[in-house]
Design a protein around this ligand. Structure first.
Ligand code: SF4
Length: 350
């Protein structure tokens, strides 16, 4: 597809100017790519979209993986996630080597529940030495088994111990993060996650709000019960004090709702210019909110998708405040609106 023609279709000058940003990922290698090499998972976590999504699990085909490899040189970061457990990928180590061979500078983030590391120290080391950032979704301590179904606490504790041993052999720049998706079931564990991070030498902790993938999750939402939300903020405050003491960096995406209430201007989300999500079946999405479908790598090229009409509609919408489809109700733009955390899948009509 012709890039020049694509940008001249847009009449507004401001948009035409900004739309040149379309070429940024290719020119400056700044694409933030998220890829699900598989949609299989060894767990069935309480808050995960997979639990409520009836679609069939599959591993990414070789054909789609070949197309992903062609995108890799344009990417600054690659996150292995997008629903599905990356450690369930067939020949993961081999695939990681192929990715690094086409772009040695790429930063690879692996988001995992960690359980499959129990295959052994050698496997864990072989994976970790090929990535740059480990995001371990722990999601609770006392509440762990109620959320990470059917994993057992003693098993993940073993994984943490293994990581503690292995991390000394990893490069100094290797980064590790423990993550908690906050809900009614686990908010009391927030400060204890900091203690856990300190014990096993994780550098960072991420505290995220839960997205609501099914109506049955509404009761767990911290944003749909103001009293609960205030209690959560109290726990986060304690966690931040602990983190400061232990020099652990916190990414708090929960308190943002409170911070933006007095904000005058909406932010511009940059995802339409710098992010691409590829699902295991080849479906391409603009961002990780599940519903921003912009094409399909199993039948299209990256260029056809990236410069396609659907991608442009999202960009134009962002620049004109006439938000397109999913952006209209996204928590990134409207974090103060509780229903913007509802991500129940709908037909995109693409
Ligand atoms: S849906 Fe949300 S995250 Fe995705 S592009 Fe729109 S505003 Fe950004």
């Amino acid at each position: 597809m012709d890039k020049e023609n694509n940008s001249t279709e847009i009449s507004d000058n401001t948009i035409t100017q900004e739309n040149k940003l379309n070429s940024l990922p290719i020119k400056n290698n700044c694409l933030q790519l998220a890829v699900a090499l598989t949609s299989h998972c060894n767990l069935n976590c309480y808050m995960c979209s997979r639990r409520y999504n009836k679609s069939k699990n599959k591993h990414m085909s070789d054909e789609v993986f070949e197309k992903v490899l062609k995108i890799i040189p344009y990417a600054k970061t690659l996150s292995l996630r997008a629903s599905g457990e990356p450690l369930m990928t067939r020949n993961l180590v081999n695939k990681l080597k192929q990715i690094k061979s086409v772009n040695p500078d790429i930063d690879i983030n692996l988001t995992t529940n960690g359980i499959a590391f129990l295959r052994g120290y050698r496997y864990m080391y072989n994976v970790l030495k090929l990535i740059d950032n480990l995001f371990l979704s722990i999601n609770g301590i006392r509440s762990y088994e109620k959320i990470m179904i059917p994993a057992k606490w003693k098993k993940i504790k073993k994984v943490l111990k293994m990581f503690h041993v292995i991390q000394h052999n990893l490069p100094a720049k290797f980064n590790s993060l423990l993550g908690i998706v906050v809900m009614r079931k686990n908010f009391r564990d927030i400060p204890n996650i900091i203690e856990l991070a300190r014990k096993y030498n994780f550098h960072q902790v991420s505290i995220k709000p839960m997205w609501i993938h099914d109506k049955s999750l509404l009761n767990e939402s911290i944003y749909h019960d103001e009293k609960l939300y205030q209690k959560v903020l109290g726990k986060i405050k304690i966690a931040k004090l602990k983190a400061k003491k232990y020099h652990i960096k916190i990414h708090d995406l929960v308190s943002i709702k409170a911070k933006v209430n007095n904000r005058k201007n909406r932010i511009i989300c940059r995802e339409p210019w710098q992010s691409l999500v590829v699902k295991a079946d080849g479906k391409a999405l603009l961002c990780c909110t599940r519903n921003t479908l912009i094409g399909d790598l199993s039948s299209q090229t990256f260029e056809e998708i990236w410069y396609g009409k659907e991608s442009d509609n999202y960009r134009k919408g962002m620049l004109t405040n006439k938000y397109y489809k999913e952006c209209l109700k996204c928590n990134k733009i409207f974090p103060e609106i509780k229903d913007s955390y509802i991500k129940i899948k709908y037909d995109t009509g693409l």
